[in-house]
Design a protein around this ligand. Sequence first.
Ligand code: ZN
Length: 83
Amino acid sequence: MTHIDTDALVALALGEPTDAPQRHHLAGCVVCADHLAALVRVVEAAGSSSPADIPQPPPGRLWQAVEEAVRRDDASGARPDRE
Ligand SMILES: [Zn+2]
């Protein structure tokens, strides 16, 4: 069985109409139906996100504190336990 290629599934998830062979295949193929369902969930999640959902970099003082802690560990010769 030849599955529907990912590009076509993405187009369907984005709302492109299905043609008869695709509908027939999706009705009988759990693999493609599951793949399409997952892609639809991604499209829905992306559509419901807002600018507030975009990850922001940590404040500069946090990175500075990490660098200082690493320098202190290097100066003291401390090394993490390795197993
Ligand atoms: Zn398939």
